[in-house]
Structure formats: structure tokens, C-alpha cells
Ligand binder design. Structure first.
Ligand code: FAD
Length: 450
């Protein structure tokens, strides 16, 4: 049987584009369908616009700190519309780069929503194509959990186009996206009230890291209301009213918006999976094996529609491993151990490997030694700010292996990326100790902790 394509990819996001290009490099004839802008969540409504807004949000702090070094006070105000326009222009520039990269790789792009007709045939609008192998890389969408009045809440996608800047916002949810948006908006001058169910933000991360970030966010002026039992949103003439129930009850008026940042679900509902043998779990996540293969041997899935690690580099690595295996003749599986990740809050945080709690659960508390350091970085002494950096190593006492490294503080993402190589290679605490520090820096603390 001959097909139109060797590989057809549904979804031109991080995972889809990476796979399509790698497969094309090996000589495969590749097609890709996308109904939205090229680049997916990361480029259009995730990592990229978010990080640009993180940068924008940190200038007021830097301008204040400069005075500690003898700079005269700076009078500056944010032109919100200008910032949003500039961020969106950058996204458009990146869309163009993706278009050129796919064109250069001779990947044929189909603009439209793709759906399975049968397990080798895809329909995109009026067009039908057949393919020997098919990749599902459709990503996910924010969910609106059941909260009365949730229809009045913005989702994370909307934040990048809010205009005008809200003066006051309530953020529902303590996950990393909610916390990042809380810090971005706070830095840009919006009054932020974050409302969460737990006693601490960032469930699942190391406990010290959660505490340190939460304290830092509060120090920067974000009000966090913990342990809420119920929330109800009502539209008012001037914005929204959010009724928050803890042990008592409070009505918070926000001037325009309330933002939901409470998880995501895979985009697997309307892609015709019922016309294939592909299996999904109860949440709609596509079930795959270690080679990203679904229950149908020639249909694959990568990225947010499959993974519990919903991160761009994970989607890309899964896709490249799959292309190497299927089209490059190099059998390769993605390793999920020691995936580093950052939380672009202010203070910033990053982490790799096991949390202290996970290490204790796996090895027992008598086998785990924790090294912790908390200090005011040199930069903030003259700046006169009480900003803290926290670093932590979780070590297996028996083998001396470093099982986890966690950091809260400036440049945490940049620092932990390097530490992650050592952790991934199985470095021992003795290897950290034998490494000469870079002085003066915060990072040197990772090789001097006792
Ligand atoms: P996506 O990038 O979502 O791509 C899926 C594509 O498929 C989309 O373009 C969609 O339009 C398309 N599609 C869906 N259905 C169809 C169909 N039927 N036909 C055609 N096309 C279809 N990750 C990080 O690593 N670092 C971060 O800092 C970070 N920040 C984030 C911030 C936010 C606010 C969000 C929401 C996410 C963030 N992420 C971050 C997560 C990251 O964006 C995702 O993990 C990543 O984009 C997943 O890639 P993917 O290829 O699986 O899906």
C-alpha cells in the first residue's frame, strides 16, 4: 500500500514540529496540520510570551535596587499596551521562523483542524491525506473547573491579551502557571490576590522551595489566601466579586478580571480517535509505550496530550527520540529521570531530581542527608533588600549520590540547568565538594555546602 506521506503530524507545537523536522532530515516525506498559529502553546500562549513578561515585570525592582549603588531615582511608568504589542510582535516573528524552518525541511503544512477518518487517513477540512505513520501532538487546553461563576474568569491564554492592565486581580490556583502570573502582574503594578486550596502554593515541589517562594511572593506584596474551602464568582458593573470562604468569608472586588490557572486537559476530544484503535485514559490522555507508540503500532503521540511532564523540552525530546527510532534507525527512548524545571516566579526557583519527601519515601529517612543553605546574596546588601537565596541538596548517605538539587533565588533556572547535568550523570556529593567554586557568586554555594 502506498501513502501520501511517510509521516503525518497532527499539531504544529513543540513536539509536532520537532518530530516533523527530525523525520524529514532522515529523508521521510512529512506533512503537518495546524489550525492555529505555528509553534503551539509554548510560543503563542506559554513559555515565550510569559518569559518576556517576566523580564518586563522585573525592571521596577532593578530600578529601585540601582539606587543602593548610587544611581539617582528613576521615574518610569509602564505603557501596558506597548508591552503587550511588543510581546505579540515577537511571537509573530517566531511564527515566521517556524514557517521557514518547516519550509526548509520540506514539510508540507496543512492549515486546518485534522481528524482521523480511519487509522491511516486524516481529514483536514475538505482535504484527505493518507500516511504510513501518524503522530498525534495536539497538546492541551486550560480547564475551567466547576466553580460557580467560573465563566467570568479569564484563562491563562487570555492574560497575554488583557487590555487595559487590571488594577486588581484575583488568581485562582497555586500551580506554577498561577504563581508565575501572580508575580508577573504584581511586578507590573497590578494588585494581586492569589486564592489557593492548600496551605502552600506549588503542590508537588520540594517543601522548602514552596515555603521560600511563598514567603518571597508575600514579601513582594502578593496577598495569598490559603486553605480556601469554596469560591464563588459574580459579575459586577465594575468587574467581578469573588466570594472566598476559609474559616470565615470574604468578598473580594477585583476591578476587571479573575484568572483561572487550575490545570489543563488534552485536546483529544474531537480528533476522531474513535475511528482508530488508539486508547486514552479517563482524563483523555493518550496511552503510549516508551517509544511513544499508541495501541495502534503505526500511530504515535508525544507531548502534553500524553505526558505527566507538561514541558516543552519533554515534548521535543519525545518527538526527536521517536523520529530517531522510526526514521533514523537509532532506537532511542526518552528518559524521564531527573528532568529539571524552573518556576519563573519572583523569587525565581528551579529544581532537578527528587524532593526531600520523595527521597525519604524511596530510601527511608535514615539514608537521606539534606544540605541546606539560606543567605542574602551580595547584590542585595547594597541594594538594601531582604531578598534571600535558598539552595538545597538531597543526598543518599549510603552511596553519596546527589538525588535532588533545589534552588530559590536569582538566576535559579540558569544555575540549576548546569547542576542538572551533574545530577543526571549520577554525581556524588564528593564530586560537588571537589569542584572549585566561582567566586564571588551565589552558585558557588552548591559546591561548598557542608
Ligand atoms: P502544544 O505546544 O500545545 O502544540 C499542540 C498544537 O496542536 C497546537 O498548536 C494546537 O493548535 C494544535 N492542534 C490541536 N488539535 C489539533 C487538530 N485537531 N488539528 C490540527 N492542530 C491541532 N513549558 C516549559 O518547558 N517551560 C515553561 O516555562 C512553560 N511555561 C508555560 C506557560 C504557560 C502559560 C503554559 C500554558 C504552558 C507552559 N509550558 C511551559 C508548557 C509547554 O507550553 C507545553 O508543555 C508544550 O507547549 C507542549 O508541547 P506540545 O507539542 O505537546 O503541545
Amino acid at each position: 500500500m502506498t501513502y501520501d506521506f511517510d509521516l503525518f503530524v497532527i499539531g504544529a507545537g513543540s513536539g509536532g514540529i520537532a518530530t516533523a523536522r527530525r523525520a524529514a532530515e532522515y529523508g521521510a516525506k512529512v506533512g503537518i496540520a495546524e489550525f492555529d498559529r505555528l509553534g503551539g502553546t509554548c510560543v503563542n500562549r506559554g513559555c515565550v510570551p510569559k518569559k518576556l513578561m517576566v523580564y518586563a515585570s522585573r525592571f521596577p525592582g532593578a530600578m529601585e535596587e540601582a539606587q543602593g549603588y548610587g544611581w539617582s531615582p528613576v521615574q518610569s511608568s509602564l505603557n501596558w499596551e506597548e508591552m503587550i504589542t511588543r510581546v505579540n510582535n515577537e511571537v509573530t516573528r517566531l511564527n515566521g521562523i517556524y514557517q521557514r524552518m518547516l519550509d526548509n525541511s520540506k514539510v508540507q503544512i496543512y492549515q486546518g483542524r485534522a481528524k482521523f477518518i480511519d487509522s491511516h487517513t486524516i481529514e483536514i477540512g475538505e482535504t484527505k491525506v493518507t500516511a504510513d505513520k501518524i503522530l498525534i501532538a495536539v497538546g492541551g487546553t486550560p480547564v475551567r473547573p466547576y466553580v460557580p461563576g467560573i465563566e467570568h474568569a479569564l484563562i491563562s491564554d487570555d492574560v497575554f491579551n488583557m487590555n487595559p492592565q487590571p488594577k486588581r486581580i484575583v488568581i485562582l490556583g497555586g500551580g506554577y502557571i498561577g504563581c508565575e502570573f501572580a508575580c508577573i502582574l504584581n511586578g507590573l503594578g497590578t494588585e494581586v490576590i492569589q486564592v489557593i486550596r492548600q496551605d502552600k502554593i506549588l503542590r508537588g515541589f520540594d517543601d522548602d522551595l514552596r515555603t521560600e517562594i511563598q514567603e518571597g511572593m508575600i514579601r513582594h506584596g502578593i496577598r495569598i489566601i490559603n486553605n480556601i474551602k469554596a469560591v464563588e464568582i459574580t459579575k459586577t458593573d465594575n468587574g467581578v466579586s469573588v466570594k472566598v470562604q476559609t474559616d470565615s468569608e470574604e468578598n473580594i472586588l477585583a476591578d476587571a478580571v479573575s484568572l483561572a490557572a487550575l490545570g489543563r486537559k488534552p485536546n483529544t476530544d474531537n480528533i476522531g480517535l474513535e475511528n482508530t484503535g488508539v486508547k486514552v485514559d479517563e482524563a483523555g490522555m493518550i496511552l503510549v509505550d516508551q517509544y511513544s507508540r499508541t495501541a495502534e503500532e503505526h500511530i504515535y503521540a508525544v507531548g502534553d496530550c500524553t505526558s505527566k511532564f507538561q514541558l516543552t523540552p519533554v515534548a521535543i525530546n519525545e518527538g526527536r527520540a521517536l523520529a530517531d527510532t522510526v526514521f533514523g534507525g537509532k532506537s532511542r527512548v526518552m528518559s524521564y529521570e531527573n528532568i529539571p524545571t524552573a518556576i519563573f516566579t519572583s523569587p525565581e526557583a528551579a529544581t532537578v531530581g527528587l524532593t526531600e519527601a520523595e527521597a525519604i519515601e524511596k530510601y527511608g529517612s535514615d539514608r537521606i542527608k539534606v544540605y541546606r543553605s539560606r543567605f542574602r546574596p551580595m547584590y542585595y546588601t547594597l541594594a538594601g533588600k531582604e531578598e534571600k537565596t535558598m539552595m538545597k541538596l538531597v543526598v543518599n548517605q549510603e552511596t553519596d549520590q546527589v538525588l535532588g538539587a533545589h534552588m530559590v533565588g536569582d538566576y535559579a533556572a540558569e544555575i540549576i540547568q548546569g547542576v542538572a547535568i551533574a545530577v543526571k550523570m549520577g554525581a556524588k556529593k564528593a564530586d560537588f565538594d571537589a569542584t572549585v567554586g566561582i567566586h564571588p557568586s551565589s552558585a558557588e554555594e552548591f559546591v561548598t555546602m557542608r
